[in-house]
Design a binder for this molecule. Structure first.
Ligand code: NAP
Length: 287
């Protein structure tokens, strides 16, 4: 019997997860198809019902469902509960279990691809959605010196700051006005874009969450957006001579954790990177 893994999100046109997850499944010769299930919020219930079927191993969860899904699964692991968001669902004989692999993917990408460890570092985090929650939680757990959260919806940023147990890290929510961003960007060792600004196919494609002149050369700028690979924020940072990291490594590393949860097989990281890069190149060539 062919089995399925779904990807639940909306929009999904930007996603390259089906390409690199299918490459990993094929590498192991597994009779499993990874499918993008474009899921607007009103269809989420139907998609979860589909996931409970015997032929489904589970699903990845992406924008904008990560926080909602935490409330809809039958159980979730402690990490997903602490973060308040689920990005991976496993179907265990009709019961759905939620996990969060974004946190581990983020830390691994920062360490392996930029030599960055959060301990004692000052972080400016742009965004307060599901991905930002995983990032903020990870930085606090890794004993960052400070995590400053700036989000268009200020209440959402305050709620995230309130939800973190601070563990010695200074955590606060700030406004996204130019003066506030300028001050916190100047002091940051790491600036993270966890908004969907700049994402291909999203409502703010072509836009940067931070103006170039607010970026100083002493920070590392990490954009979680991976499509396009060179986002407006990364372009701005490069123009200011600042070190940058794009979203692909985090995507592959979080996907590798998911792959192991769904299949019980070791994730073929190199195969996944190659397929991910090829999928991004193919999307760029089509435009
Ligand atoms: P989400 O839960 O829907 O959150 C979206 C975030 O973006 C919110 O903070 C939202 O602010 C902000 N935002 C959206 N449009 C905006 C605009 N026009 N101006 C200012 N802020 C805006 O989504 P998510 O799951 O956290 O994902 C966020 C981004 O990270 C997506 O691009 C996703 O592809 C990327 N991501 C990448 C990885 C990776 O592995 N590289 C992993 C996870 C996510 P409000 O609260 O004000 O609406």
């Amino acid at each position: 019997m062919t089995r399925y893994i779904g990807l639940l999100g909306h929009p999904l046109s930007h996603s390259i997860s089906p390409a690199f997850q299918q490459a990993a499944l094929d590498h192991h010769g597994l009779p499993v198809t990874f499918e993008a299930w474009s899921t607007p919020p009103q269809r989420l219930g139907d998609a979860l019902a589909r996931l409970r079927r015997e032929d489904c191993l589970g699903a990845g969860v992406t924008i904008p469902h990560k926080e909602t899904v935490l409330r809809l699964v039958d159980e979730s692991d402690p990490l997903a509960r602490s973060i308040g968001a689920v990005n991976t669902i496993i179907n265990q004989k009709g019961r759905l279990k939620g996990h969060n692999t974004d946190a581990i993917g983020l830390l691994r990408a920062l360490k392996e691809k930029a030599g960055f460890v959060p301990k004692d570092k000052r972080v400016l985090l742009l965004g307060a959605g599901g991905a930002a929650r995983a990032a903020a939680f990870s930085f606090v757990r890794e004993n960052a010196r400070s995590v400053i959260i700036a989000n268009r919806n200020a209440v959402r940023a305050m709620n995230l700051a309130d939800d973190l147990s601070h563990n010695g890290t200074f955590v606060t929510a700030v406004l996204t006005d130019r003066g506030s961003l300028a001050m916190h960007a100047r002091n940051a060792d790491l600036i993270v874009n966890a908004t969907s600004m700049g994402m291909r196919g999203g409502g703010a494609e072509g836009e940067s969450p931070l103006a170039a002149e607010l970026i100083t050369p002493n920070s590392l700028v990490f954009d979680m957006v991976y499509n396009p690979p060179m986002t407006p924020l990364l372009q701005a940072a490069k123009a200011m001579g600042t070190r940058t990291l794009g979203g692909l490594p985090m995507l592959i590393y979080q996907g590798a954790e998911g792959f192991e949860l769904w299949t019980g097989k070791p994730a073929p990281i190199e195969v996944m990177f190659k397929a991910g890069e090829a999928a991004l190149a193919a999307i760029s060539a089509r435009r």
